[in-house]
Design a protein around this ligand. Structure first.
Ligand code: ADP
Length: 359
């Protein structure tokens, strides 16, 4: 059982750089939370404050309701897995995994049991007598996780654990972490700049930008109802297209295109008639249709889909990326015609999503 509460946490470094502003999060027991955002947005700083590796400048951190804001790292009952998994090269895999317990002078029988159990979970049983150099990168990353598992911590902290692995191994190791989470039912905080990792791993995602939490929610909530333009552009690949448009009754008028609004969309936008808003359209929500004239610049067949890039209404500055179902063979310079089957609306000034709300 491990819950975490981060309450109004700030981090100001000694050089007066404020890396984290008013971070609030209640992590439920057994939840896998992914902190995601671009480099420098304050993810690692937040994780390191939870681990106790950085002081908390203001605010409170609770573990199972107990205030651990000032508790030294070694007394926090948390284990951190880093991107550089620095194993001891002269030790066997077994010794590497047993190391922290040996240091603690645990009973050798207990150590043996714990190492074997962790090796079993991670599929490392047959590797225990090898040295790290004899293992693949993915296996070494698993050993690093094994070192944490044997300690049976209350909370697992992962700092970009997959960023040193190649793309194929990243996918496989990501699925292993997911299985590990299911098996251990442990509370986990996971930091990554990779939105795919966030979407595939998280129970809930915390999306950050410039030290501020932008949105907290399930992967589907962030994908389907992004709170603002930042989250909308960060989550989803290829990224969402954005257009300046004017609301005109039952239509949206953009540069070189006009699309109609459904009754629900009109309702959502009822406060914005004759105003400029930002329209967001995911590439996968674009289909061939009659509304948006596009000049094709590239046509990439991905098998199940075709990624078509181009520009709208003859204006090279108004770019569009569409992920069409099936195989297409547009040539460079072809004119295509698309329509949007799902639209996202954002206030131009606040950049916040325009919600339908009541009334
Ligand atoms: P992320 O993990 O999202 O890439 P970090 O938490 O590492 O971001 O960094 C957040 C901000 O804090 C950045 O502007 C970074 O330059 C700054 N920062 C990180 N560590 C320190 C430090 N030890 N001293 C001063 N500033 C730091």
């Amino acid at each position: 059982m491990a819950t975490l509460n981060l309450q109004h946490i700030d981090k100001i470094y000694d050089n007066n750089v404020q890396a984290v502003f008013d971070f609030n999060l209640d992590v439920k027991d057994g939840e896998l939370i992914v902190l995601v955002g671009p480099s420098g947005c304050g993810k690692s700083t937040t994780l390191r404050m939870v681990a106790g590796l950085e002081d908390i400048s203001a605010g409170k951190l609770l573990l199972d309701g107990r205030d651990i804001t000032a508790t030294p790292p070694k007394d926090r009952d948390m284990a951190m897995v880093f991107q550089s998994y620095a194993l001891y090269g002269h030790m066997t895999i077994y010794e590497n995994m047993a190391f922290s317990l040996t240091l603690r002078k645990e009973n050798p029988n207990v150590i043996h049991k714990k190492v074997l159990a962790a090796a079993e979970i991670l599929g490392l049983t047959s590797q225990l007598n090898k040295k790290p150099a004899q293992l693949s990168g993915g296996q070494r990353q698993r050993v690093a996780m094994g070192r944490s598992i044997v300690r049976n911590p209350k909370v697992f902290l992962f700092d970009e654990p997959l960023s040193n692995l190649d793309a194929k191994l990243r996918g496989a190791t990501r699925r292993e972490i997911l299985l590990l989470h299911k098996r251990l039912k442990a509370t986990m905080l996971y930091v990554t700049h990779d939105q795919t990792e966030a979407l595939t791993l998280a129970d809930r995602i915390v999306c950050m930008s410039m030290g501020h939490v932008q949105q907290v929610g399930t992967p589907l909530e962030l994908y389907d109802s992004p709170a603002n333009v930042f989250v909308a552009s960060f989550i989803g690949l290829p990224p969402m297209n954005f257009y300046d448009v004017r609301v005109s009754g039952d239509k949206l008028v953009g540069e070189g295109f006009t699309v109609s609004l459904t009754p629900e969309e009109q309702h959502t936008l009822r406060g914005y008639n004759n105003k400029e808003i930002t329209l967001g359209v995911r590439p996968e929500n674009i289909v061939e249709g009659a509304d948006v004239p596009v000049t094709v610049t590239t046509n990439e067949n991905l098998g199940m889909n075709t990624l078509v890039h181009g520009y709208v209404g003859g204006n090279k500055a108004v770019k569009i990326s569409a992920k069409l179902k099936g195989w297409r063979d547009y040539k460079v310079g072809d004119t295509a015609s698309f329509t949007f089957n799902r639209k996202h609306f954002f206030d131009k000034e606040t950049t916040n999503a325009i919600k339908g709300g009541e009334g």
